[in-house]
Write a protein that binds this ligand. Structure first.
Ligand code: HBI
Ligand code: FE
Length: 296
């Protein structure tokens, strides 16, 4: 199910101007999913639910159960929206894929999370570069059931709308914050490293690597540090940033970012694998298997 017409638009990212596919909000064409589509969901869901206990934070797994995401067929957005709306006021909306930043921020600021309606093909079970339904729904939606995380993402969207008028430095700094929290965040829980980021939680390989491998750095969350840190889009992360609770994200986004952007822009960018004397380091990565270059 990959056949809807797509409109190509250019947006500014860390890598300069890149084409993205955009369309308007669309109703989930649930009746049109094939048996193969449902089977891809079933396989991915079963695998991740085996991998995540003891690796994902408690709130993540609890939320997935509470929402009653169906293990055997692709969940209906309309059904998830009832419980999500009652719990934190968030809603899922169907989209074709990546949205221009301002559209994306505007949705978040209004408690709407864009979820890609189509699911990857069977030959893409292990890896797909662009976000699909499994990544968006399985990875991004459970944290929205938590009040603090839900509020953080609203604040992030509001910050994004504002940053859009401030220029490219601010937008890139915000993108790094999103990357190292919403996509690839870890949380300390029960004295262990636990996953809350959607990019990790939707990947079988990175779910294990992020919390168990000796290769990556695991460093305490620090807003300005993160805003300076480049990242990988084509390999496992070299560094994960670790929060103690979702409240910490809320606290960090309470101040006005405008002076922070200016401050951060005056400091040098940091490589994805760098470690500073000022970092609180939980684990200094061995760097084994790291690609030499290619940070975004
Ligand atoms: N659009 N649908 C969708 N999902 C995203 O995660 C997303 C996006 N557009 C832009 C975007 N992410 C990035 O710019 C983030 O860094 C904000
Ligand atoms: Fe994502």
């Amino acid at each position: 199910m990959n056949s809807q017409p797509r409109r190509v638009e250019n947006i500014q990212t860390d890598r300069g101007s890149v084409p993205v596919y955009t369309t308007a909000v669309i109703e989930q064409p649930w009746e049109d999913y094939s048996d193969i589509d449902h089977d891809v969901w079933r396989q991915l869901y079963a695998r991740q639910r085996k991998v995540l206990p003891g690796r994902a934070c408690d709130a993540f797994l609890r939320a997935q159960d509470t929402m009653r995401m169906t293990p055997d067929r692709i969940p209906k957005f309309s059904e998830l929206n009832k419980i999500l709306g009652d719990t934190t006021g968030w809603q899922i909306i169907g989209v074709e894929g990546l949205l221009p930043e301002l559209d994306f921020f505007t949705h978040l600021a209004n408690r709407r999370f864009p979820v890609t309606w189509w699911i990857r093909r069977p030959d893409q079970i292990d890896y797909i570069a662009e976000p699909d339904l499994f990544h968006d729904l399985f990875g991004h939606v459970p944290p929205l059931m938590d009040k603090d995380f839900a509020d953080y993402l609203v604040a992030y969207g509001q910050g994004g709308v504002k940053a859009h008028g401030l220029g490219q430095d601010a937008l890139m700094q915000l993108a790094r914050l999103y990357w190292y929290t919403v996509e690839f965040g870890l949380m300390r829980e029960h004295g262990q490293m636990r996953i809350y980021g959607a990019g990790i939680a939707s990947s079988a390989g990175e779910s294990v690597y992020s919390v168990e491998s000796a290769s990556p750095n695991r460093i305490a969350f620090d807003l300005e540090r993160i805003m300076r840190t480049r990242y990988r889009i084509d390999s496992y992360q070299k560094t994960y940033f670790v929060i103690d609770s979702y409240e910490q994200l809320i606290e960090a986004t309470r101040p006005d970012f405008t002076p922070i952007y200016r401050q951060v822009a005056q400091q040098p960018l940091l490589a994805a694998g760098s470690v500073l004397d000022s970092d609180t380091v939980y684990q200094r990565g061995t760097g084994e298997g790291w690609p030499d270059d290619g940070d975004v």
